[in-house]
Design a protein around this ligand. Structure first.
Ligand SMILES: C[S@@+](CC[C@H](N)C(=O)[O-])C[C@H]1O[C@@H](n2cnc3c(N)ncnc32)[C@H](O)[C@@H]1O
Length: 229
């Protein structure tokens, strides 16, 4: 992954160098990024300790019962794969056909479907989900508040008669702020403020102090917000 600022050592989700503070992130060519995307430890989850660190977090964050998970901006499907290994069914959506092709190959034979589409308006029709899982994507989308409202509308409401659902759906959002000179991302407090009015509860989990998740020590802000309708 590419460092976002000269002199900084903190790999971040791919972004142009030195964006102004209020600039929206400019387009990244995710098709071009796809072939080497899994080379980063926290992307490909190839190292067993990193893989297990994410698997353990997902066990905490996802329902215990087999559930329907919508992985938005799924990339090469690394988290989707962990979710299926834990018994869940996955639909992954990514705007990059190259990422989707890699995800399809990675999860061949598993209960997973991958679609090319916009995470901000997922092409899932009337389908509703127990979990919307999003890692390192929301911060790149214009108007995240509007996107969150849309995502909440894709979750199963509480008290549904769906065979697997006893409670309402949940959002699992893994985000951060990368870099210190010209940071990019979305601070936890901002995301919490956007999310709190839409959900019944939201738990902030700090992830920056767990080097196993990243394959190294990190100094910037990393977190997950796990929220229930
Ligand atoms: C930093 S990668 C994260 C991939 C994956 N979530 C993970 O954690 O490994 C960002 C991903 O979001 C996808 N993406 C960016 N904007 C998108 C959009 N508007 N709709 C769908 N996917 C998008 C990119 O193609 C890329 O695969």
């Amino acid at each position: 992954m590419t460092n976002i600022d000269d002199g900084e050592t903190s790999p971040a989700p791919r972004t142009p160098k030195n964006p102004a503070a209020d600039d929206p992130p400019r387009a990244v060519d995710w098709d071009a990024e796809a072939p080497a995307f899994d080379d980063e430890p926290d992307h490909g989850l190839r190292e067993p300790v990193v893989r297990e660190a994410w698997a353990a977090r997902l066990r905490d964050w996802l329902p215990r019962r087999p559930s329907d998970v919508l992985d938005l901006g799924c990339g090469t499907g690394s988290l989707s794969l962990l979710a299926t290994e834990q018994g869940h069914r996955v639909i992954g959506v990514d705007s990059s056909p190259a990422m989707v092709a890699l995800a399809r190959a990675k999860l061949a034979g598993r209960p997973a479907v991958f679609l090319v589409g916009d995470a901000a308006a997922p092409p899932v029709g009337e389908e509703r989900f127990d979990v919307i899982l999003v890692r390192h994507v929301l911060w790149t989308l214009p108007d995240p508040g509007r996107v969150l409202r849309r995502w909440c509308g894709l979750l199963r409401p509480g008290g549904t008669s769906h065979a697997f659902s006893s409670g309402g759906g949940r959002l699992v959002l893994v985000e951060g702020v990368w870099g210190t000179v010209s940071p990019v991302g979305i601070p936890a407090e901002r995301l919490y403020g956007l999310l709190a009015p839409l959900v019944s509860d939201a738990e902030l989990v700090r992830l920056g102090d767990d080097p196993l998740l990243w394959g190294r020590e990190v100094e910037d802000e990393r977190y997950a917000l796990v929220a229930h309708l």
